[in-house]
Design a protein around this ligand. Structure first.
Ligand SMILES: Cc1ncc(C[n+]2csc(CCOP(=O)(O)OP(=O)(O)O)c2C)c(N)n1
Ligand code: SF4
Length: 292
């Protein structure tokens, strides 16, 4: 009881509650996604980003209910379409802090065609990908990141497919910030969301997250708790080669920052075109950011 009271006081004193909506998450008890709500509220508070300057865009899935649980602006769009919508929001108003969120099905199945473009253009948004290795909302079909051999309600004779490697894909598409975290380590998750959001350019944070209802055998807290390990000390986050080696090293690959390099954003390129065409740049307040 004393522990709970102390925890409640810590949350009340932290300023994070200001970013939470009155809607309570409707996820199954124990779902990894709860940690993401607190993680984003923490990051917005830590970076001093006003909630009225923040837009959270999602697709469809259990994970994509996310915008309801924050007291920011938000859009719950179509399945797989969080990234193009988030790109449009950012292009329309560079002053906004824009987050895209969604599941492995939303991002790497129906929405997969958008990934290379948002990465190569270096759109200045953060993409939080909640990877539970399954379609949760539609009751447990295999997803592009499901393990080979995984038995689900819709693959009772085992999944015959190899999983995709999202970290390797995002690195090869040219994302300027790539990292991984785990919902079962909320302090690490908070720190990584802050780092991803502080990056100027496209940041991709892959978050391993158990679906406690439809996966009792693979991506469980028990299994992840025993296999998740940190990125080795001394890893060079400016080396794409080193980051790719990390992304292919282990199941799961380690948690931490893989790659972080500065490069002009889509907004910078568009500004350049406006100047070339003799136009006038809009007046901007500038997005609040902490030093990387
Ligand atoms: C165009 C379209 N196709 C299919 C669906 C059905 N559908 C809804 S959510 C979903 C997959 C959700 O999986 P994921 O993105 O991994 O999210 P999770 O529920 O696991 O968080 C699917 C196939 C849909 N809503 N719209
Ligand atoms: S079905 Fe799975 S992913 Fe969806 S809320 Fe429940 S535990 Fe989370």
């Amino acid at each position: 009881m004393v522990y709970l009271e102390e925890k409640l006081k810590e949350v009340q004193d932290s300023g994070r509650l200001e970013y939470r909506s009155k809607a309570l998450p409707t996820w199954c008890p124990g779902c990894g996604y709860f940690a993401m709500v607190d993680g984003v509220a923490h990051a917005l508070n830590a970076l001093g980003i006003p909630k009225e300057n923040t837009v959270v865009v999602s697709g469809i899935g259990c994970s994509s209910r996310f915008p309801f649980f924050l007291d920011t602006f938000g859009m719950h769009t179509l399945h797989g379409r969080a990234l193009p919508t988030a790109t449009g929001v950012k292009v329309a108003n560079e002053d906004l802090t824009v987050l895209a969120v969604g599941g492995d099905g939303d991002g790497f199945a129906i929405g997969c065609g958008h990934l290379p473009h948002v990465a190569k253009r270096n759109v200045d948004i953060t993409y939080l990908l909640f990877d539970n290795g399954i379609y949760g909302l539609t009751k447990g079909q295999t997803s592009p990141t499901s393990a080979k051999g995984f038995k689900t309600p819709t693959s009772p004779y085992e999944n015959p497919d190899q999983p995709l490697n999202p970290l390797l894909m995002m690195l090869s598409y040219g994302a300027s910030w790539v990292g991984q975290s785990y919902a079962g380590q909320p302090d690490h998750l908070k720190e990584m969301i802050v780092k991803a959001m502080a990056h100027r350019g496209f940041s991709y944070l892959h978050i391993l997250s158990p679906c406690v209802t439809f996966d009792k055998t693979h991506r469980t807290y028990g299994n992840l708790g025993m296999t998740v390990r940190p990125v080795p000390a001394g890893h060079d986050t400016t080396s794409q080669d080193a980051a790719m080696r990390l992304a292919t090293g282990g199941d799961p690959p380690p948690i931490g920052v893989y790659y972080a390099v500065p490069r002009p954003t889509l907004g910078d390129s568009l500004d350049g075109l406006v100047v070339k065409a003799g136009g006038e740049l809009p007046r901007r307040r500038g997005t609040a950011r902490a030093a990387e």
